[in-house]
Design a protein around this ligand. Structure first.
Ligand SMILES: [Zn+2]
Length: 392
């Protein structure tokens, strides 16, 4: 927890993350003098953030009253992918009370996409999930100016450049909103409720349609000057490699990502070197990254090799990042995490072989625990943080 956070933010986060607590417990945990704590709690009750929750078990002497986050608190959490949207409404403890997931093409532009987000939130309201929202958190698949709440020159999001996403959501829902990059929200979700729980220095690598990296340093997301820190998919790994969507050649994600893998798999299926892929191409007319995962599980040598080649590329880039940032964990998530242990084993072997021994002496490289929910989980954390910050 950040020491510079105001007391009310620390108090609300504690109730969010650990549930109802007595005033005495809160005083101990926050090392806050009792009169100040009581005054702060009264203020938060009056503002509607905190409510009484019955009596605590006796610690000897008078039983103290429990307090908890108001049962009426509601946050909207939105994770926009290149081809999907996940929308949740969560309560103060960040437990979902309504959830929707559907395909969506980010290239249809901000007006249509955000209109659909608002329709889903309206539906949740009609269904009784909330009366009013206290904050909205949203992740988008491109660089974001966190300060301004707008996407900035996102390569796969035509029409979104500097579109006032935060302003539009704030106006629509009458509450604060926060916009971040899709990989950052996954990292935030994983740190709050997943495998990186309370880990202060880690890398969250999303391997999906593209490749990106959420960077946690000293307990904070590092976003960089313009919000594009961690855009590792465009690190060049082969100067003679294929053209990338960004206009350069040989970028990591041009060689290994959902799109690149599907392309390589199609070539392999047509060339007749992979019975598993040829069979799927004949049956479905296309092959996808998922087909490669299934082929690998069946023992198809080409599928296994495609995954290993990809893992080696990713591992090579990560080895450099490990030497540079000395993380205590690497988490692999995103759609291609379903390539599973073959991918993980290859990434591990390259990272351990190529990074400095001191940096990898105790470095777990693990799969995301929250899987496809990592993004909305992190958007919910961000939304609650921004709402708690407003309670002053
Ligand atoms: Zn590129």
């Amino acid at each position: 927890m950040r020491t510079e956070d105001p007391l009310h933010v620390r108090l609300l986060r504690l109730l969010r993350d650990e549930g109802a607590a007595s005033r005495a417990e809160l005083g101990d945990r926050l090392e806050m003098p009792r009169p100040r704590l009581l005054a702060e709690l009264d203020r938060l009750v009056a503002l509607g953030y905190v409510s009484e929750a019955g009596l605590a078990a006796s610690r000897g002497g008078r039983r103290s009253t429990l307090v908890e986050l108001s049962p009426h608190l509601r946050f909207a959490a939105v994770d926009l992918g290149a081809s999907s949207m996940d929308v949740e409404v969560v309560n103060g403890r960040l437990e979902p009370v309504a959830a929707y997931a559907e395909p969506a093409d980010i290239r249809s532009g901000p007006k249509l996409i955000l209109q659909r987000v608002n329709e889903l939130l309206d539906k949740a309201k009609v269904d009784g999930a909330y009366e009013r929202l206290d904050a909205v958190g949203i992740g988008v698949p491109g660089p974001v100016s966190f300060r301004d709440g707008v996407p900035v020159s996102p390569p796969i999001m035509p029409g979104w450049d500097r579109f006032p996403v935060r302003e539009l959501l704030t106006r629509e829902h009458g509450c604060p909103a926060v916009v971040d990059n899709d990989v950052n929200i996954m990292a935030i979700g994983e740190r709050h409720g997943g495998v990186a729980h309370s880990v202060d220095d880690f890398l969250f690598v999303k391997i999906g349609t593209g490749i990106g990296c959420g960077i946690y340093l000293s307990g904070e997301v590092y976003r960089g000057t313009d919000g594009c820190a961690g855009d590792i998919g465009h690190i060049q790994v082969d100067s003679h490699g294929p053209m990338c969507s960004c206009g350069n050649v040989g970028c990591l994600e041009a060689l290994f990502s959902g799109a690149a893998l599907a392309k390589d798999a199609t070539v392999a299926a047509r060339a007749g070197v992979s019975p598993a892929l040829a069979e799927r191409l004949a049956a479905n007319g296309t092959v996808t990254a998922l087909d490669v995962a299934e082929g690998a599980v069946e023992g198809d040598v080409t599928c296994i090799q495609l995954i290993r080649d990809g893992g080696r590329r990713v591992g090579g880039v990560l080895a450099g990042l490990v030497s540079f940032t000395n993380p205590s964990m690497i988490v692999i998530g995103g759609g291609l995490a379903q390539l599973g242990h073959i991918l993980l084993a290859e990434i591990r072997s390259v990272v351990y072989r190529r990074s400095l021994p001191l940096a990898t002496g105790n470095l777990p490289v693990v799969l995301s625990e929250l899987g496809p929910r990592a993004g909305v989980a992190g958007a919910a954390v961000l939304a609650s943080d921004v709402a708690f910050g407003e309670a002053s």
